[in-house]
Design a protein around this ligand. Structure first.
Ligand code: PDD
Length: 293
């Protein structure tokens, strides 16, 4: 079966789909993106992704290429045409095509690309296999709340992690606090058993998975703290894990080569994975998505 991509109004063969060489996304990383997970044929956290996309576009003053309703239809259509039941939909909107010049061009229509990719179905056993993270300086710009396609520090960090045999790199601010992973949010369970993840600010991308986990935890009567944590606190933590649309809730069992807790997947991490899966299957995604307004 051929893969199909949506590009500016057309469904094209993925292998032949292309954008113009003067697309500002290509030249300036002047664009935003979203990654939607599909779980058993259902979109996960669609409302949250759409709200976050709206926030990203507003902050960068990029116009919607089409209506939000039309976009929702296209996302489903791309998933359907690619027969993706478990996997992801990738969506990218850039400011559009114009002669290369830094200021916003006049009369420029934003570009929209949507693709979909099959991934192995969510596998709790695989997610319970702990992975390692390394810590690296957070060298990004100061607006991590915007899901910009400008990802150089993230890809360099991820590559560094892979070369160190680790799954993810946790980025550390100048004051020694872990902000987030290169493509995931970072979590710990402290020595005293408190679940902690960075608070919403310009320092992190507010993950839709993060929001689902927080809502699922609340529903189960579990408490949590949204605040920054230091590398030292993470090193002493009982448990750690990362979340994202494609990593779900993934246990972290080592940080910079040192075991987290007893080096095995933590009890609360395992419980949160179960709660998360139940939550997205029952609710589809977080209800509380008004935080970007
Ligand atoms: N990454 N932080 C960063 C920097 C991210 O890039 C992502 C998502 C997250 C988690 O967000 P969510 O739970 O909404 O997926 C946090 C996507 C998956 C990516 O770039 O592929």
């Amino acid at each position: 079966m051929s893969r199909i991509a949506y590009v500016n109004g057309q469904y094209l063969l993925h292998s032949e789909a292309a954008v113009h060489i003067e697309d500002r996304g290509y030249q300036f990383a002047d664009g935003v993106y979203e990654v939607f997970a599909l779980h058993r044929g259902q979109m996960v956290g669609e409302k949250g992704h759409m709200e976050r996309l709206t926030h990203s576009l507003n902050e960068l003053r990029i116009d919607w290429p089409i209506s939000r309703r039309a976009l929702a239809i296209i996302i489903r259509e791309v998933a359907r045409r690619n027969r993706v039941k478990d996997g992801l939909v990738y969506l990218q909107i850039t400011r559009g095509v114009a002669r290369r010049d830094h200021p916003f061009p006049k009369d420029c229509e934003s570009s929209l690309v949507v693709t979909a990719r099959q991934l192995p179905p969510l596998d709790k056993e695989a997610l319970r296999q702990g992975v390692g993270v390394i810590t690296i300086p957070d060298i990004r710009w100061k607006r991590h709340d915007i899901k910009s396609v400008s990802l150089l520090p993230n890809i360099l960090g991820k590559q560094q992690a892979r070369e160190a045999g680790a799954y993810e790199a946790w980025m550390v601010s100048e004051d020694g606090m872990v902000t987030e992973g290169t493509s995931t949010n970072a979590w710990i369970v402290t020595k005293s058993g408190q679940l902690v993840t960075h608070n919403v600010s310009h320092a992190i991308l507010n993950g839709i998975t993060r929001l689902s986990v927080l809502e699922a935890a609340t529903g189960a009567g579990l408490s949590f703290e949204e605040r920054p944590f230091s590398v030292a606190e993470a090193m002493e933590a009982k448990e750690a894990f990362v979340t994202s649309s494609t990593s779900h809730v993934k246990a972290v069992t080592s940080i910079d080569g040192e075991s987290v807790g007893n080096g095995h997947v933590g009890e609360l991490t395992g419980q949160l994975l179960d709660l998360y899966v139940d939550f997205i299957e029952a609710k589809g995604g977080p209800a509380n998505t008004s935080i970007w307004n």
